[in-house]
Ligand binder design. Structure first.
Ligand SMILES: Cc1cc2nc3c(=O)[nH]c(=O)nc-3n(C[C@H](O)[C@H](O)[C@H](O)COP(=O)(O)OP(=O)(O)OC[C@H]3O[C@@H](n4cnc5c(N)ncnc54)[C@H](O)[C@@H]3O)c2cc1C
Length: 396
């Protein structure tokens, strides 16, 4: 294990921390009360500043216009960005675009790269990823009902997806559909690029999630594919290899989420400590921080956050060195450990803020509402625990 942080990355992280404090965190009060789409003009201004600082697209390949950071380096950057829900979007390394860039880079044809990958990395367009279906269990994604049937030079897609994050305002979707129903289970599905303006790509609604339907990047859509016709050249990678490509997308994607969650943990922890020191709870001037229960929460949170951070950086280091498939156990561990650590620390921070914690006067209630999903998407806790335990037991 070698977690030495280079001077370059140290400087980058310091620059990002300063930018987050000065330019991004002050936007949060507006973010909490406005539609995301109304914030786009100011966010574009901030993005232009990031480009000028040459910190654009930190984890995207250099040849596409990104900084090409290793996963370990990106982990440190991502924690700094994750302190605000706007950080990753402004620096352009947000899900689901980050995962889509990875697979377009690995599997895209020259034409697909020109049409979709290059403008995506530049930030000229956005994308989404449509795998989960309304009537099928996302936890067992081989059970797909969406089909893509060949007709002439086209695929005709029919199916009912939901939780297609950020479909509102996206230029294209990468869609998982069954193309080879007679093949063995894991070889039935393919990934197909579908421009969202295609006839038959019907965004039914943005789903209300924890009380908000959101808009643009900050939303999750339900999509009905009704005889949606795209050319066969929109197939991404070989036909029938959808699940293989999904593994390439979801492995690093999971660690990206964990790195962002560490930033949320740190922000919630900072807010909790500041409040514990400031909130006077007795006439003699004693603060919340003098109470043992609060001290326990602070000490436990500090230890749990550091454990989650080291586990995540270790996974990143393993993936950089040996590839995602060799780091499977580690990726499963961090997915449920960091998601639960984050939920615990955000909950404690909210509790320390009392009634204030329930308002939108701090970012905590937003984290509490929206980050609960961390234990569900990209593999629910229980699924990761089961598959990890099965692999462990095999060795005995
Ligand atoms: C905020 C958010 C964003 C999302 N973004 C996207 C996206 O951009 N694109 C996309 O395609 N999908 C997306 N998803 C969907 C997500 O991947 C699925 O919700 C997830 O895979 C779970 O599938 P499901 O909802 O169908 O739950 P189900 O498969 O019905 O599972 C329900 C619950 O059952 C339990 N469970 C399931 N299987 C097992 C098991 N084997 N053992 C024990 N318990 C089990 C788990 O507790 C699980 O939470 C998103 C979801 C959320 C909440």
């Amino acid at each position: 294990m070698d977690f030495m942080i280079s001077d370059r990355i140290q400087t980058i992280v310091e620059m990002i921390n300063e930018f987050m404090e000065k330019e991004i965190i002050p936007l949060e009060p507006e973010f909490l009360v406005k539609d995301f789409k109304d914030l786009l003009p100011i966010l574009r201004e901030k993005q232009a500043m990031v480009k000028k600082m040459e910190l654009w697209a930190p984890n995207f390949p250099v040849e596409c216009g990104g900084m090409g950071l290793s996963l370990l380096e990106h982990g440190l950057v991502s924690e700094a960005l994750g302190r605000s829900p706007l950080g990753h979007y402004v620096f352009w390394c947000q899900a689901p675009d980050a995962g889509n860039v990875e697979i377009l880079h690995l599997y895209g044809t020259r034409e697909q790269k020109q049409r979709y990958l290059n403008p995506l990395v530049k930030g000229d367009i956005r994308s989404c990823f449509a795998m989960t279906e309304v009537d099928m269990p996302g936890s067992n994604p081989v059970m797909l009902e969406t089909t893509a049937v060949k007709e002439g030079d086209d695929y005709v897609i029919n199916g009912h997806k939901w939780y297609t994050t950020a479909a509102d305002g996206a230029d294209f979707a990468i869609v998982m559909a069954v193309t080879n129903p007679d093949a063995s289970t894991y070889l039935q599905a393919s990934m197909i690029i579908v421009p969202t303006a295609t006839k038959g790509f019907n965004r039914v609604r943005n789903i209300p999630v924890m009380g908000h339907e959101g808009s643009d990047y900050s939303s999750h859509a339900e999509i009905l594919f009704e005889s949606c016709r795209v050319p066969q050249k929109n197939l991404l990678g070989p036909e029938g290899q959808g699940f293989v490509i999904a593994q390439d997308r979801l492995g690093p994607g999971r660690i990206h989420h964990c790195m962002r969650w560490l930033g949320i943990c740190q922000r919630a922890f900072d807010l909790m400590c500041i409040r514990a020191n400031e909130r006077v709870i007795s006439p003699s001037g004693k603060t919340l921080g003098t109470r043992q229960t609060i001290q326990n929460w602070i000490a436990e949170s500090a230890a749990e956050l550091q454990a989650a951070r080291l586990l995540t950086l270790n996974s990143a280091w393993q993936i950089d060195k040996n590839g995602a498939s060799q780091a499977r156990d580690s990726i499963s561990m961090i997915k449920f450990v960091v998601a639960n650590t984050m939920n615990k620390i955000v909950d404690r921070a909210l509790q320390v803020h009392g009634g204030l914690g329930m308002t939108d006067d701090t970012i905590l209630a937003y984290f509490f509402r929206h980050e609960r999903a961390a234990r569900i998407y990209d593999g629910a806790d229980e699924v990761h625990k089961t598959s990890l335990a099965k692999r462990i037991l095999k060795a005995y």
